[in-house]
Design a protein around this ligand. Structure first.
Ligand SMILES: Cc1ncc(C[n+]2csc(CCOP(=O)(O)OP(=O)(O)O)c2C)c(N)n1
Length: 699
């Protein structure tokens, strides 16, 4: 046996069911030894199974969950001791989801060997906990700053119980936590926080990039009782627990420790925040006394699943548009002197510089760069304030999912005529092992002004277009939003093989672009769905159906010429990865009707929650497209149905577990049949569209 076929080799049955009584301030030698053994057992298990995420190329998070194991073991011992504790280990740092999965395994809701499928597509073990998705998981989390306010509500609803929440120095940076602290103090809520203060977040060490930030002082300032301890000292930690439990009202333990203590390669480092590399995990497990084959048999036999697809119409080579954003900003800044740049431009980060492309600006143009905390609302408004005066420009960036946090700030920035260029990476649902809370699918919310004022939303299709967009709009006035994906994208090619958005290409805001003319109807797309649509369109054309393709890089502005062109054709199909409820497809039909244009109309977008995975690449094949548009000779001339993108669908994504099949079969929408043909073996996710031809959804 190898890889994930192995039984889970660390025996979780060795976990001792302890009961600890907080009226006793000290641990007996036996209690301490048992607690210590439990901590070590869970830490070893966490290292092993989170490393499978690294092995299968879906990344993940090890250090945070590993850190808080002592607190978790103590909580379990308290839950076992008394019913007055609300028996849920809430966690405001959702990326520490491995904790919740191991708790599920301990209580028997998940077989331990299933942990080896961490973050694998459709394994039900995505990168953040989702209530209702994973057996045993008791809440959803993942947007930092959201959990403590919710836990306050649980406390208000359960005045007779004590409620616990794991916290982190990252999450505590969010303004929500300050609000939650005030409510907890004002209402004297019985909320107890166990905060892992490891001085590590994604971008580095808060003590360096956010000077003055102090978790203990902050919480004391709000009026909580706070006990600060060395989290690795079990006696001290237990002493702190007994102290905060005898306190009537909100209280916190701030556990100081290095990130990932005892894992040599990542201890104390911000790399510990991420998934542990396979090599480091193997080294750690060997040092812990396990035979080399224990971890090796599993981790060395799990390989990333490559996407086997080549897309017609685009390059094999791919580029990271989110990084290209930063490089393109550098190109603009290179044209200014350092003094001029510092005067005119301010780029502010929210702990994601490595992920959203700002790092290259930090490195090359530190004169414009402000590292900051996980405080999106405040940081956005700081960017807006910098761009309050004419001739000054703020640049703000985070994940698209968190655009939803700054909507109100966007409104106020607009009312203040501010100049802000926003980059929202991780749009759509590509490479979304982090799952639903990280889906950036409601980006058109950014266009929330009234009709007398414009915001500009741009989603470049490839790196060349990203550069062209930034060069053109960087010094435009007002609010400009640029989107990119987590996944890399290929370059769109012309029929002669040259890059579509290079050479004499010039980006014009508000202008739609004809990628290929067609008479049978048009697909309208943008961003990372353009190259997929192009592939489908070219396949249709090879079958004799003259479908055209339009790129709509400016999402929220109607190009009158282009809409008349597509609206006068037999059909229009909008293809996007945004939410079907709020995306371009939900608007485009109205725009057509307002102009008395009545082609057959349909739109495809994200409509269901996710289930992990890396590239559940979604590709419409030509025949499926034909089918969807109701123009197949099959006789169906009905309007195409609004279909979910299978990438994001719990029921229709990949992959390798039996649950998938159950889910598929229970799905009643248009993609309803599972192919049982041999082909399915090679393409586990190939399913039949309703006319029996294939839509290709490859994981
Ligand atoms: C609102 C929000 N902003 C940004 C992120 C991305 N993010 C995930 S974890 C993290 C850093 C968290 O640091 P901490 O909670 O201290 O965890 P540790 O590094 O100790 O694992 C960030 C910025 C997020 N999940 N939510």
């Amino acid at each position: 046996m190898s890889g994930t076929q192995n039984p889970f080799p660390i025996d979780l049955n060795k976990f001792k069911k302890l009961k600890l009584d907080p009226s006793k301030s000290g641990l007996t030698a036996e209690e301490k030894a048992d607690l210590q053994a439990n901590v070590q057992l869970l830490r070893d298990a966490l290292v092993l199974f989170t490393a499978t995420g690294a092995a299968r190329g879906v990344s993940g998070h090890t250090g945070g969950a590993y850190d808080t194991v002592p607190e978790v073991c103590i909580l379990l011992a308290l839950f076992a001791q008394s019913e007055k504790y609300y028996p849920v280990v809430f966690d405001e740092a959702g990326h520490r989801v491995a904790t919740q999965y191991i708790l599920s395994a301990l209580e028997g809701a998940l077989p331990a060997e299933h942990l080896l499928h961490y973050r694998e597509a459709n394994s039900k073990l995505p990168g953040h906990p989702e209530l209702g998705l994973t057996p045993g998981v008791k809440f959803s989390s993942g947007r930092l700053g959201h959990m403590w306010p919710l836990v306050n509500g649980v406390a208000l609803a359960n005045r007779d119980k004590t409620i616990f929440c794991l916290g982190s120095d990252g999450s505590q940076q969010e303004g929500n936590d300050a609000e939650a602290a005030r409510l907890a103090v004002a209402q004297n809520l019985n909320v107890k926080l166990f905060i892992d203060d490891n001085d590590v977040t994604i971008a580095g060490h808060p003590s360096e990039y956010l000077k003055g930030y102090d978790v203990t002082k902050t919480l004391e300032g709000h009026g909580l009782k706070v006990v600060t301890v060395d989290g690795e000292d079990l006696d001290a930690l237990w002493g702190a627990v007994t102290e905060i439990l005898t306190h009537d009202g909100p209280a916190a333990i701030v556990s100081k420790r290095k990130m990932a203590p005892g894992i040599p390669d990542i201890e104390g480092s911000s790399h510990g925040h991420d998934v542990i590399p396979v090599k480091s995990a193997l080294k750690y497990l060997e040092q812990r006394g396990y035979p080399a084959s224990m971890g090796g048999d599993i981790l060395n036999n799990i390989k990333p699943t490559p996407s086997p697809f080549i897309y017609q119409g685009s390059s094999k080579e791919v580029g990271a548009n989110r990084v290209v954003f930063g490089e393109a900003v550098n190109l603009v800044l290179d044209g200014l002197s350092k003094e001029e740049a510092a005067k005119k431009v301010m780029v502010i980060d929210s702990d994601l510089e490595g992920s959203t492309g700002l790092k290259v600006i930090h490195q090359k143009h530190p004169e414009v760069f402000i590292p900051s905390g996980i405080m999106e609302r405040g940081n956005f408004s700081a960017a807006a304030g910098f761009g309050f005066e004419e001739g000054k420009f703020g640049v703000f960036s985070t994940f698209s999912a968190f655009l939803e946090m700054v909507i109100s700030e966007i409104t106020m920035a607009r009312l203040n005529n501010c100049n802000v260029l926003c980059h929202f990476s991780h749009s759509g649902v590509d490479e979304m092992a982090d799952n639903t809370c990280h889906f950036g699918v409601n980006s058109l919310f950014a266009d929330n002004g009234l009709s007398d004022v414009h915001s500009w939303l741009y989603f470049p299709a490839d790196p060349a277009q990203m550069v062209a967009v930034i060069k053109r709009v960087f010094f435009e006035r007002g609010l400009r939003f640029v989107f990119s994906t987590r996944s890399k994208v290929p370059w769109i090619l012309k029929p002669d093989g040259s890059k579509f958005f290079e050479g004499d290409y010039e980006f014009v805001p508000g202008k739609d672009e004809v990628i290929i003319e067609g008479k049978a109807g048009y697909v309208v797309s943008f961003g990372e769905m353009l190259y997929r649509s192009y592939d489908a369109v070219l396949l249709c054309r090879s079958k004799g159906l003259d479908v055209g393709l339009i790129n709509k890089p400016t999402l929220n502005i109607v190009d009158e010429e282009a809409i008349r062109k597509v609206g006068s054709s037999p059909f229009v199909l909008v293809v996007e990865s945004f939410n079907t409820k709020t995306g371009l497809g939900s608007k485009f039909g109205t725009w057509l009707l307002e102009r008395q244009l009545t082609p057959r109309y349909g739109y495809m977008g994200t409509s269901k929650e996710g289930s992990g995975g890396r590239i559940c690449s979604t590709i419409m094949s030509g025949p499926a497209l034909i089918s969807l548009c109701g123009i197949k000779a099959s006789g169906s001339r009905s309007l195409p149905r609004t279909l979910p993108l299978p990438t994001s669908s719990r029921r229709s994504t990949s992959c390798h577990s039996n649950w998938r099949h159950v889910r598929f079969e229970s799905d009643q929408n248009a993609f309803k049949q599972i192919s049982s043909s041999k082909q399915q073996k090679d393409r586990p996710c190939t399913i039949n569209a309703r006319n029996g031809t294939y839509s290709t959804i490859i994981c």
